[in-house]
Design a protein around this ligand. Structure first.
Ligand SMILES: [Zn+2]
Length: 196
């Protein structure tokens, strides 16, 4: 499976009950799977073109309740299927977060500073990421939340944790490092469950 051209889909926004459905495991053998992945990737690319941000999107955000994430960290779109967090650092971080499904708002969230995770890639291999840097840990915890029907708004402790989008430069700005090298290649290792 390789990501090819798809059709951008409408992005569901907060209040749509479909964003609250816990997603089932992705089934890459389903007949329409590749097309849906292509459409999800096209939706992210279209959003980035229009809004100038957006590092990832999860399938429930277009009403597809399977455990699929598309991320583009600067080296093109990748599909992450059935991700599982295998370790969380005891250290925490507090960051201002944004979301394609919560237009116009930023939310202050507290999350683990680092995680390890494993997932199935669009190359058909199982992969692991060990001890991700803070910006990637925060990103994938946000996306995995979507797969569980959770939005960043659920993490806001009070009204002081929500800010309007026009404060984005001030609150987020360039605090997320751009990744000129391929962070997938930098952090990912192929994972063979049988140990071979
Ligand atoms: Zn989101």
């Amino acid at each position: 499976m390789a990501i090819s051209e798809g059709v951008p889909q409408p992005i569901l926004t907060d209040g749509d009950p479909r964003l609250r459905i816990p997603s089932r495991r992705a089934d890459p053998d389903a007949a329409d799977f590749d097309q849906r992945v292509d459409d999800l990737a096209a939706t992210l690319a279209d959003f980035r073109r229009r809004e100038g941000f957006g590092r990832a999107i999860s399938a429930p955000q277009i009403g597809w309740n399977e455990r699929v994430i598309i991320c583009d960290l600067g080296s093109g779109p990748r599909a992450i299927l059935n991700p599982e967090v295998t370790w969380r650092s005891p250290e925490r971080q507090t960051v201002w977060d944004d979301c394609l499904s919560v237009p116009g708002q930023l939310v202050r969230v507290e999350r683990a500073k680092s995680i390890s995770m494993r997932w199935l890639g669009d190359d058909g291999y199982a992969w692991t990421w060990e001890r991700l840097p803070p910006d990637m840990a925060e990103l994938f915890l946000h996306e995995i939340d979507h797969l569980d029907g959770v939005l960043m708004l659920d993490h806001a402790a009070g009204p002081g944790d929500v800010a309007p989008m026009n404060q984005r430069n001030e609150l987020i700005g360039d605090r997320r490092p751009s990744n000129p090298s391929d962070p997938m290649a930098q952090h990912a290792r192929r994972w063979t469950p049988t140990g071979h």
